[in-house]
Design a protein around this ligand. Sequence first.
Ligand SMILES: [Zn+2]
Length: 261
Amino acid sequence: MSFIKYDYIAVNGVTRPGIKRTSTVGLIMHYTANKGGTAQNHHDYFARAIDYASAQLFVDDDGAICIIPFDEVSYHANDIQRYNADGTPYYPLRGTLGNANYSCVSVEMCLDYNGNITEKTFQNSVKAVKEIITMYPQITRDRIWRHYDVTGKNCPAPWVANPSELDRFKNAVFNKAATTNKEATTTKKINQFGGISMFTYQEEGKATIYGVWGNKSFGFKNPQELKDFRNIVKDTTGRACKHYTWKKGQTPFDVVKKMVG
Ligand SMILES: [Zn+2]
């Protein structure tokens, strides 16, 4: 079962330009800077196509609403906030991200009436990002940033004031212990009856590790990344990844074809 609710606003050329993103390099965390505004409020606001500013996902105490498909551009993290000494815009992650609107998934955390990101919203964001990572396994721990890290904007302000919140967030996303819950149990039962198969492979005697999901395959940099990923899949879908040793001469796809018929 999806934790994220999908309720797309119409393609309007402004908040939702309808342009496909060109890659998925990472995920950028934001806050709405809008006391008491819910995910639904922001859905309705951005549906009115007011300005070239938007994000894909909004999270509040009640859940998470995806208002722009994850594979499309949203205008969230290519703003110019300050300049370098040579007059060029301050984009410290430019070399890694390019234009973040084209390379990154955007997540906005809503604020309560006191201007805080509540623990409930924090934990709902953890759940939502775990789900996003099952779609984009390349978003590893070191590929989640604050808007602040991308352009210097004070966003999410509580996480700029207290940078350890980003670490706490990443710990929760990538730590198995923090995630066992009723949803996972429910999902587990549903998934016993079928769905997408997830496999990971390790080449015999080598550190080369691959994952295969549907018709996509991807590599892991190290055993820890593989472990994190398998934990997330298990927490989110309730299904353990099957892990195989990859025999020389076989490609992951060949193996999978054989296995899934
Ligand atoms: Zn932001």
